[in-house]
Design a protein around this ligand. Structure first.
Ligand code: C2O
Ligand code: CU
Ligand code: CU
Length: 633
């Protein structure tokens, strides 16, 4: 490895002299280079000039994998050129030798903050960019509204790409996204998951993200599982402290130990909306003017089947988290070439001259998006997934990482005949070390009919109930990257440790109010999700949070070095719950921990491993119901 790297360095070294944007056509570069620290510094070669018809080499001298991915797409919908180089290796960027003369922007799909320009010089001929066609209508998943719902996990063929065969997915009840569940707050709902997947996929677990319910109904990664051929009923009372929960835009998804990334990639995810009759008075758009949009990326092979970027294990229930090799932290990033909405590539939706409530969910495993409308018009954000904000906030871009949601109002009232594209743009706030976002069209709205509109966006939405928040943090959670001593490799960690389902990392008393400090001590952005309670944001980097974070929330972006403080009252349910990064590769590769809710007076020393429970009073162990692993299917 060492001698090969030196050889690569010798070839690439002259190119490390920055060519700058002033590079003249005629300065033949012939290669693209990512140097050490590329994920924060960007490509070492910003502009590369290439004679038409010649292959282009990508030298990756960094310890992380990077890609060279064209922003423009070809006639088949794929990036015009795309090359992926593992750490300290080289690759040929497929598609470059076919390009038409011109200037092309490219980025790293794992670190979209890295971008560069390729200038192809030559005469006529060659393949150029194809404008997005938006030729397929948006899919609206089936909606289920009953108090007893069955979701059958089954393989099914899902139409995704235009003019291409359907894609075989793991689905809930045959559709991806799974059926949208829509229920009134405060009304008990039972969701039964029947596992009819081939045995090879192993056991499943269903987590209702953003909801408050018992530990046994939380879809724990390694307990209370749904074995192949079996079924399990999950009980969601949709209440908190005996009162109806706040209405929310939640989603449900598989949460299986080590396999959450894989199982979500293959389709085990769907939306869950709760409605509060009290919100009716606000006159926000509803019915056909309320569009839940699950945005997620995937990659496809030539037969339009999903690529399989996940490490393999012969036994589906063994640990597959890599701690060594190119896909070990921090190189683990599952990113797709196609951004899909409700499972359709670049769909369109016919709309009327009316306000619309767009509920945006980023259900990607790793990618973030900075959403914008193509004509730059503002979106009025009224909620963030965990419920309505106290007041609306007008934004021209909305940055959403994995599992983050935004509830925005867009007014097409004066747009008859217009077409407006929802797109992702390069991250607008430009935090240099923060993860970037791809530049890509997402979907198109076609304003085709005139209607009258009696909806409104009131100046005040939902007040936040008072909460006596402790003056200082009651618990600190640090998100890092550290050696995994036991398995001799590297893992994502929380408070220095990779996840262990047999360890409780902190206990909190039922009825207490917690103030938790979240700190990112690692060199990459994370999106941290807290299960169970109605958390609210207290500070972001020591300041009051921005308006769109000043409500309930369950997932927070932490760029490197960021701190966020959150608070919640611990209500109703004893037992273990999770805190983890929602970049699913990170979650599967260690960045997850357990907090257990215990009876007042039963705090355990933290962390506590199950072996250490033997000396403790039975009441403590029983009330915590900690550390229960199912060893078998
Ligand atoms: Cu959306 Cu613990 O997950
Ligand atoms: Cu990269
Ligand atoms: Cu992460």
């Amino acid at each position: 490895m060492r001698s090969r790297l030196l050889a690569v360095l010798a070839i690439a070294a002259p190119l490390l002299v920055p060519m700058g944007a002033s590079a003249q056509p005629g300065d033949v570069g012939g290669s693209i280079v990512a140097g050490p620290g590329g994920a924060t510094l960007g490509y070492a070669s910003k502009v590369t000039v290439e004679p038409q018809g010649t292959p282009l080499t990508f030298y990756n001298l960094d310890e992380l994998a990077h890609t060279v991915t064209a922003v423009d797409r070809g006639p088949d919908g794929r990036p015009l050129f795309n090359g992926n180089a593992l750490p300290e290796s080289t690759s040929t960027i497929a598609g470059v030798d076919k390009l038409r003369a011109g200037s092309y922007t490219f980025f790293c799909s794992f670190h979209p903050n890295m971008s560069g320009t390729l200038i192809v010089q030559g005469g006529s001929g060659g393949v150029g960019p194809t404008a997005p066609k938006f030729e397929q209508p948006l899919r609206i998943p089936p909606t289920l509204t009953g108090s007893r719902i069955t979701l059958t996990a089954q393989q099914a063929d899902v139409p995704i790409l235009a003019h291409r065969p359907p894609t075989t997915m793991l689905t809930y009840s045959g559709s991806w996204p799974g059926p949208t569940i829509r229920r009134p707050v405060g009304q008990r709902t039972t969701v039964t998951v029947v596992n009819k997947l081939p045995d090879a996929f192993g056991s499943l677990s269903l987590h209702l993200h953003g909801d408050h319910h018992s530990s046994a109904d939380d879809g724990r990664p390694d307990a209370d599982l749904v074995a192949p051929g079996a079924q399990r009923a999950y009980d969601f009372p949709l209440t908190d402290g005996g009162k109806p929960e706040r209405a929310a835009f939640s989603f449900y998804h598989d949460h299986r130990m080590d396999l959450t990334g894989r199982n979500n990639w293959y389709g085990l995810q769907g939306m869950f909306i709760t409605d509060d009759p009290a919100e009716k008075k606000l006159r926000l758009p509803e019915g056909r003017y309320d569009l839940p949009l699950l945005v997620a990326d995937r990659s496809f092979d030539d037969a339009s089947q999903l690529t399989d970027p996940f490490p393999k294990a012969s036994d589906p229930n063994t640990v597959t988290s890599p701690v060594n090799g190119p896909y070990a932290p921090p190189g683990d990033a599952t990113v797709g070439t196609h951004t899909l909405v409700n499972g359709v590539f670049q769909p369109y939706q016919v709309v009327a001259t009316h306000r619309y409530r767009l509920r945006l969910l980023n259900a990607s495993g790793f990618s973030s998006y900075d959403f914008q409308l193509s004509d730059g018009r503002p979106m009025v954000q009224v909620g963030n997934g965990s419920g309505l904000l106290t007041k609306p906030v007008s934004r021209t871009d909305v940055l959403l990482g994995p599992a983050e949601r935004a509830d925005v109002i867009v007014d097409f009232g004066h747009d008859l005949g217009k077409r407006v594209v929802l797109q992702s743009v390069a991250r607008v706030d430009g935090r240099p070390a923060g993860i970037g976002t791809p530049t890509t069209p997402v979907m198109q709205f076609r304003v085709t009919s005139r209607v009258s509109d009696s909806t409104a966006v009131p100046a005040a939405l939902m007040p936040l109930p008072p909460l006596a928040i402790p003056a200082t943090p009651t618990q600190t959670w640090a998100f890092g990257l550290a050696p995994d001593a036991g398995r001799k490799g590297t893992a994502w960690t929380i408070n220095g440790k990779p996840y262990d389902d047999m360890r409780v990392d902190a206990t909190v008393e039922l009825g207490s109010v917690q103030r938790w400090l979240l700190i990112n001590t690692s060199p990459l952005t994370h999106f941290i999700h807290l299960h169970e309670e109605a958390w609210r944001t207290v500070t972001r980097n020591g300041q009051p949070p921005p308006a769109w974070e000043a409500g309930y929330q369950d997932t927070w972006r932490l760029d490197p070095g960021d701190t966020v403080e959150v608070a919640a009252r611990i209500t109703d349910h004893l037992g273990p719950f999770l805190i983890h990064c929602h970049m699913l590769d990170h979650e599967d590769h260690g960045m997850m921990a357990t907090f257990a809710v215990v009876k007042p007076g039963s705090l355990l020393p933290a962390p506590t491993h199950h072996q250490d429970l033997s000396g403790l009073p039975l009441s403590v162990i029983a009330s915590a119901a900690v550390c229960r692993r199912e060893e078998t299917l």
